[in-house]
Write a protein that binds this ligand. Structure first.
Ligand SMILES: [Zn+2]
Length: 193
């Protein structure tokens, strides 16, 4: 690929963490890609801005972190499919997410300056990225579950959280899938289809 080493090669970034984890897989002209198919790719993901903001310090890119992240991604796969159909989560997919969530917890305390604090504790640091992605899913579901969407291009596997005012976003990107759909409609009209 033509991107410099360490640069995030993905076509869509900047979605909430749970969806950003799903968007570690994408399909382009050269076929399917998976950023998490190597520990080096995991390092790229952990250092991307959307992820770094959640994780301080940045966890080590190692096989254990990757395995746990893949468990979270598998759970999110089935959850996002249900969400796209506006169906409730199946018990099996809820169990899978809850298994990831069981490895971390939020402890509430009153801080030294009298302000409330939330401290996140993990069984092991390698669970942190997976746990934060799973926890982010809970936030999306609590906030606007109807805004969790797959790209309307059926050949595209990316997901986004539609934060537009009217909730009319359909594409992962207007420049990519949006334009392709517009071009296809145009040719269909010209050929009388
Ligand atoms: Zn797309």
């Amino acid at each position: 690929m033509s991107h410099p080493p360490g640069a995030d090669p993905r076509p869509l970034t900047g979605e909430p963490l749970a969806l950003d984890l799903l968007n570690t897989r994408w399909i382009d002209g050269s076929g399917p890609h998976d950023l998490l198919d190597s520990v080096a790719g995991l390092g790229v993901w952990l250092n991307s801005p959307a992820v770094r903001g959640h994780l301080d310090p940045t966890p080590a890119a190692d096989p254990a972190t990757r395995d746990r992240l893949l468990l979270a991604r598998t759970a999110l796969d089935t959850l996002v499919a249900s969400a796209a159909r506006q169906d409730p989560a199946t018990p099996e997919s809820a169990d899978r997410l809850n298994e990831v969530l069981s490895h971390g917890r939020i402890r509430r305390t009153l801080g030294p300056d009298g302000a409330p604090m939330s401290v996140v504790e993990m069984d092991d640091p390698s669970w942190a990225p997976a746990w934060y992605a799973a926890e982010n899913w809970l936030r999306l579901v609590a906030d606007r579950p109807d805004r969790i969407r797959p790209c309307a291009n059926h050949a595209c596997i990316l997901h986004f959280y539609d934060v537009s005012k009217n909730g009319t976003r359909r594409w992962c990107s207007m420049a990519g899938c949006g334009n392709r759909a517009k071009a296809q409609r145009h040719y269909a009209r010209r050929s009388g289809a």
